[in-house]
Design a binder for this molecule. Structure first.
Ligand code: ATP
Ligand code: MG
Length: 575
């Protein structure tokens, strides 16, 4: 495309409302513009990148045997009532009425619609398995849209849904998608990791998030460099420590001590001159209306998801002041396990502790020398905390590391969650009615593009990996008023068009410096510079955006050179 005809409004200044680099660069490179909070338009350059990604996704999904559909975005209330999510989905679901006063929502995801489609048209085991996918717009009324298209309200998603006859078959479908996702993100040229994620009530190893590694990422992941263990921070496990032998002779007498106004671990630690490692924090949780005490070493944080899963609660929150007062007999800040009449769950970090400090269930008092077994009863020792760097890997005991990432995809085994409530049944070989087993698989389109930028930029702008680049080459004649230069540029542009190399021809009457700046900002992988001096010797210059390297080459044969440079970076074979 000729630059002079393009709708490509680049901006030099950093937009003031863009916090992360990908958001800044997508605006500056003329890829997106905000319409209103969390809602963006893609301009031609941005949309080309989207289409590149979608093409890779389509190829890999089709290769994995999935079939493309296109489902409606407007969804009737009845379907959501059937699945039970009309009540549970909360405020992210945008609901509205039509002129006949029927209620609808804008699809934040499509489990309901796909299940209703499949249950009507798939009747027997002979029609299974099936995997259906779409690339479509979702709407989620996020509380705090941020980071441009990374967390917005209206966004593109590839979502796929698998239907199988039994668990074993469903696992195969899951594995296929897992592999397809690996292929997709590898082909995009991104550094990523699949990590185990919480699968709530389904459990097991059937939820993985695909994380693009980036320091700006909202998510933290835990990984082990020795074995292949990787999990998101919510899910990451702590191995059960080997229990040291505790000698009861070491137990000192329990002592109640006045600690005026010392509530937090920090305050108690300063007041008593003990380290947080010698204090046990007691948190009271409300699990579906029932109180639980959770004990953890003072320097650790409780992982509420682990607590929720351990109890098997559908709702879990920190107890209210009223509940704390009721179960401990004291205000917030002084809870402890001694003389408490609710189940006490103890994190592994407390197993080996002796003579520790806890709250005394009495305003302004703590206990010294608390000991498990003597002073309180434990309902369970289990893993309830958030992993920290240096903790030992649950698989191989090596120290784990923590890195940040952006969740770009999610594969999830749904089991019978929707097929049961929405009655997606089939007849098996013996004519028996059975429930289909489902899986769902999402990729955020805009978020993946933004994540690609977070990984590939410098202070001049974006550095597109070839597979996502909106154009492969930008031809830059340094002076449009010089005929020989322009003729050479026109000829090259023609030749590139004929060979299918995607090129921008910067035919604008601008200073070379301006053109170079724009080329760097929009991140085109190869810049071909045509100037009178080089040209008089039959040469042109290729500048590689990623390495900054300049290569002088003969104008004859440059098309082939470009072709092979591009092809080598578009390789799609699996290593
Ligand atoms: P998050 O935890 O980031 O909100 P999610 O768990 O709600 O994500 P899914 O429901 O699994 O996400 O959706 C599948 C994919 O859609 C995500 O992996 C992500 O790439 C993308 N996605 C989800 N929410 C948004 C959003 N608000 N803006 C852009 N992309 C999104
Ligand atoms: Mg979400």
């Amino acid at each position: 495309m000729r630059y002079s005809e393009m709708f490509l409004p680049t901006i030099r200044e950093i937009p003031s409302d863009a916090e992360v680099i990908s958001h800044q660069l997508m605006i500056r490179a003329g890829m997106i513009r905000k319409l209103t909070s969390g809602i963006y338009s893609y301009l031609p350059l941005g949309y080309r990148v989207i289409q590149k990604l979608e093409q890779i996704i389509r190829e890999e999904m089709n290769k994995a045997g999935a079939q493309e559909v296109h489902l409606p975005m407007v969804q009737p209330v009845e379907l959501w009532q059937e699945s039970g999510r009309w009540v549970h989905y909360g405020k992210e679901l945008l609901r509205f009425h039509d002129r006949h006063d029927h209620e609808y929502c804008l699809g934040p995801t499509h489990e309901e619609v796909i299940t209703s489609l499949v249950r009507n048209d798939i009747k027997t085991y002979r029609q299974l398995p099936r995997n259906l996918y779409q690339i479509q717009t979702k709407f989620r009324d996020e509380v705090r849209p941020r980071f441009g298209v990374m967390r917005c309200r209206e966004f593109g998603m590839k979502d796929a849904y698998s239907f199988d006859v039994d668990e074993e078959a469903a696992e195969k479908s899951y594995e296929k998608m897992f592999e397809a996702y690996n292929n997709i993100f590898r082909r995009c040229g991104l550094k990523f990791r699949p990590v185990e994620a919480d699968s709530g009530s389904i459990g097991g190893k059937y939820s993985h998030e695909f994380m693009v590694m980036a320091d700006s990422g909202e998510d933290a992941m835990v990984f082990c460099e020795k074995c292949s263990y990787a999990a998101n921070l919510e899910k990451a496990e702590v191995a059960c420590p080997e229990k040291k032998i505790i000698f009861e002779d070491d137990w000192l007498p329990l002592e109640e001590i006045n600690t005026p106004n010392a509530r937090s671990i920090e305050e108690v630690s300063v007041f008593l001159k003990v380290s947080p490692q010698d204090i046990v924090k007691t948190l009271i949780f409300n699990a579906d209306g029932k109180p639980y005490a959770v004990l953890i070493r003072g320097d650790h944080e409780v992982n509420e998801i682990k607590v929720k899963n351990y109890i098997g609660a559908s709702d879990l929150e920190l107890a209210s002041d009223e509940m704390i007062q009721k179960v401990t007999g004291s205000p917030r800040g002084f809870a402890g396990p001694v003389n408490i009449n609710i189940p006490v769950l103890v994190d592994y970090s407390v197993i080996d502790m002796v003579n520790f400090v806890t709250g005394a269930n009495k305003e302004d008092y703590h206990f010294l020398n608390v000991n498990i077994g003597r002073d309180f009863k434990v309902e369970a020792f289990t893993d309830l905390r958030i992993v920290t760097a240096g903790d030992s890997c649950p698989r191989c005991a090596q120290s784990v590391k923590i890195a940040r990432g952006i969740e770009v995809g999610h594969v999830f085994k749904l089991g019978t969650k929707y097929s049961k409530s929405m009655r997606a049944f089939y007849l098996d070989k013996d004519g028996q009615e059975k429930i289909m087993i489902m899986g769902c698989y999402g990729i955020g389109i805009g978020r993946t593009v933004a994540a690609g930028i977070e990984q590939n930029y410098d202070d001049q702008g974006i550095i597109w990996p070839m597979p996502l680049a909106p154009y492969h080459v930008i031809i830059t004649p340094v002076n449009v008023n010089e005929k020989t230069v322009m003729d050479a540029a026109e000829n090259l542009y023609d030749a590139l068009m004929k060979t299918g190399i995607e090129a921008i021809f910067d035919d604008r009457d601008e200073r070379a410096g301006v053109k170079f700046k724009d080329a760097d900002l929009i991140g085109i992988p190869i810049r071909v510079t045509i100037g009178p001096k080089n040209l008089s010797q039959g040469n042109i210059e290729l500048k590689i955006r990623k390495t900054g390297e300049s290569i002088l080459c003969k104008i004859e044969g440059v098309v082939e050179t470009l072709q092979s440079m591009i092809a080598s970076e578009l390789k799609t074979d699996t290593p």
